[in-house]
Design a binder for this molecule. Structure first.
Ligand SMILES: Nc1nc2c(c(=O)[nH]1)N[C@H]1C(S)=C(S)[C@@H](COP(=O)(O)O)O[C@H]1N2
Ligand SMILES: [Mo]
Length: 195
């Protein structure tokens, strides 16, 4: 298992980012109801890529995956340490799609109509996982099952639950919360909460 709970050293002095409090349970935070994701749904990858992808969950699981221990920081002020996620590191997916040199940004799409965006450089990190297991069990529906993104170096609204698509962009576009005033870069150790 790869332990990335030390990644805070790149960004700050303390594992717990400023203004956060640690919680031992795992709250659910969604903009609306948990959507029902069809069993035959695919993860689609498109935009500035050589090969558009449409992968079933089984196909995704055949890519090189790993288990990671990560921390989770919600912009509303709670953090949960030591979450264990299984998934495919984002760079592996990007490599499979053949991302174009002029791509600079990523927009993640979800089955509940949610979207969130990040600079490509913030996504091309091993700890950005497209994940299907939490703490050794299939990802619970409320937490984004069957498939979600996790971004331990960012506030957790960057991690789309019920992931349906990944779009590579040559011009930045804003996601659901980003259009409503939340930060695009969302570094918890700089308290980049709002614009
Ligand atoms: N599709 C989707 N993904 C989402 C959200 C959402 O409403 N819809 N909420 C975001 C927010 S604000 C947070 S803090 C985390 C919460 O994840 P959790 O419910 O597993 O704690 O999911 C993020 N991803
Ligand atoms: Mo959040």
């Amino acid at each position: 298992m790869r332990d990335v709970t030390g990644l805070y050293e790149e960004f700050g002095d303390e594992r717990l980012p400023p203004g956060q409090r640690e919680t031992s349970h795992f709250p659910v935070l969604s903009k609306g109801e948990t959507p029902s994701v069809p069993a035959d749904s695919t993860l689609d990858v498109w935009g500035a890529v050589d090969d558009e992808l449409s992968l079933s969950l089984d196909e995704l699981k055949q890519l090189e995956s790993e288990r990671q221990r990560q921390d989770f920081h919600c912009v509303t002020g709670w953090s949960r340490f030591d979450c264990v996620f299984d998934g495919v590191p984002f760079p592996t997916l990007a490599e499979r799609a053949g991302v174009h040199d002029d791509a600079v940004h990523v927009l993640f799409h979800a089955h509940d109509g949610y979207a969130t965006d990040l600079p490509l450089s913030d996504c091309l990190r091993e700890e950005v996982l497209v994940a299907w297991e939490l703490d050794g069990e299939s990802l619970p529906g409320d937490h984004g099952g069957p498939l979600r993104v996790v971004t331990p170096h960012k506030y957790a609204y960057k991690g789309a639950k019920w992931l349906s698509g990944v779009e590579f962009l040559i011009d930045a576009e804003r996601g659901y919360w980003e259009k409503r005033g939340y930060s695009t870069t969302a570094n918890p150790w700089n308290e980049e909460r709002y614009v």
